[in-house]
Ligand binder design. Structure first.
Ligand code: GLU
Length: 442
């Protein structure tokens, strides 16, 4: 059997690391098992969904290199959900309920006061078909609830193992709103059947939905897919990651200079038995992917870890891989000199200024620096110049170690730390170096 997976975001906001993880795990599962991935835009909530967010989802996935084989939009399929609702009504599984939200709220409070579970009491089932029809004819707009079959709902979860929920402890869910529109539980179940989904992998916040959707899919004579629910990511303090955690939206991370492979390397391994380490490309992640590696423990995500991975990635990236993102004038020698000292590509610009000026040199010991300037080898400088030069200064002045190197670094770069001076010196060039050793802004 060729697995068919889906990533089904609601276009009500930008993708964040939590839902990108769902996208990635489904993508990896599909790619690792020769399957198919469907991107399904869950836009039945017409008030909260926007076309801009739907486009942004595609942009974000494309930027990460997560492609999809098929595409569907729920707002194109309203008649399919209406047809399924009619079938459920005909089989007596969908029944109209006329309680107002205030009434339902009161019922809930009364149940809680009596220490009973706050589940819907099915009062509407007592209405005769004639009474219900008369109220609808008179203009009332009921919601439609799905009548759950009593008993245990069971499935073998790819992550959680055997899962069992009791239908009696759950409210009959509303599938159709008063205005006739479908709710997520219905539209998702119908699509999962009709679009041939074989594996549904998503966060554990959907466990209760799964119980309902299993009964729904059975009631519509569909084939129940395999389910897997991984633990949700917690933030560094153990709290919930939310869509509003703006700093963790891909849009913002991208603006700050994150690389796709840093995001993918982290999200592929978070919550698994593998260590989180940078991986060079997606095939490496596919080769290591196994849904069985996901544990039920809640993984914590510290955004600093992302930047750490980003730095590790940059330290190995070739000039060709980044050339398009470097400032004008940055050549291969420059990139190889600075890549080990940056966390994001944007930081290269500051190092380019160190090489090409102008910077303000820090010149404490002018006599020492003048003596050093006199010993600087002739142009053109190359990567051997630094050791020849510092060897000569050491012989002439008797200085060594930090006493020798730090004043030179401060004068040549204006900084205490940075890339190897053996590599920077030829990039700075003889003339500019001489100027800086005498304190000139150059
Ligand atoms: N649109 C739903 C969500 O974003 C999809 C959930 C699912 O069935 O995977 O939560």
């Amino acid at each position: 059997m060729t697995p068919v997976l889906r990533f089904a975001p609601s276009p009500t906001g930008r993708l964040h690391l939590g839902n990108l993880r769902t996208a990635l795990v489904n993508w990896l599962f599909a790619r690792a098992h020769g399957g198919t991935l469907l991107l399904r835009i869950d836009d039945t909530d017409l008030e909260r969904s926007t076309a801009e967010h739907a486009v942004a989802i595609e942009t974000d996935l494309t930027w990460l290199g997560l492609d999809w084989d098929r595409f569907a939009r729920q707002s194109d399929r309203f008649e399919r959900y209406a047809a399924a609702a009619e079938r459920l009504k005909a089989s007596g599984r969908l029944y109209p309920c006329f309680e107002s939200p205030e009434e339902l709220d009161l019922k809930r409070k009364l149940a809680l006061a009596r220490h009973l579970p706050p589940i819907y009491d099915r009062a509407a089932l007592k209405l005769s078909a004639g009474e219900a029809a008369a109220r609808i004819a008179a203009g009332e707009q009921p919601v439609w609830r799905f009548k759950l079959d009593p008993g245990r709902i069971h499935w073998d979860d790819l992550v959680r193992g055997a899962v069992e929920l009791e239908a009696e402890k759950m409210s009959d869910p509303v599938l159709v709103k008063g205005d006739g529109g479908p709710l997520y539980t219905l539209s998702s179940g119908v699509d999962d059947i009709e679009l041939g989904i074989t594996h549904i992998i998503r966060g554990e916040d959907h466990v209760a939905n799964t119980a309902v959707q299993i009964q729904l899919i059975e009631a519509l004579d569909g084939t129940v897919p395999v389910f897997g629910h991984f633990s949700l990511i917690a933030d560094a303090e153990g709290g919930k990651l939310s869509k509003r955690a703006g700093s963790l939206s891909l849009e913002e991370l991208r603006a700050e200079g994150i690389e796709p492979m840093a995001v993918l390397s982290l999200l592929a391994k978070l919550g698994t038995s593998d260590p989180v380490e940078i991986r060079p490309d997606k095939p490496a992640l596919i080769a290591e992917f196994d849904i069985a590696k996901f544990s039920r423990n809640r993984p914590k995500l510290d955004p600093e870890e992302l930047w750490h991975l980003n730095a590790r990635l940059l330290h190995t990236l070739s000039y060709a891989a980044v050339a398009d993102h470097l400032p004008a004038g940055a050549d291969e020698a420059f990139w190889l000199a600075v890549r080990g000292n940056i966390t994001r590509v944007g930081e290269a610009e500051a190092w380019l200024r160190v090489c090409q000026g102008p910077i303000e040199p820090e010149v404490g010991d002018a006599d020492f620096l003048a003596a050093a300037a006199a010993l600087l080898p002739p142009a053109p400088l190359d990567e051997t110049s630094w050791s020849n030069w510092t060897g000569a200064i050491k012989a002439a002045t008797g200085r060594k170690g930090k006493e020798l190197f730090l004043p030179l670094r401060r004068a040549l770069t204006g900084l205490d730390h940075g890339p190897e001076l053996a590599r920077l010196l030829p990039l700075i060039g003889r003339e500019r170096a001489i100027g800086r050793l005498s304190g000139q802004v150059a």
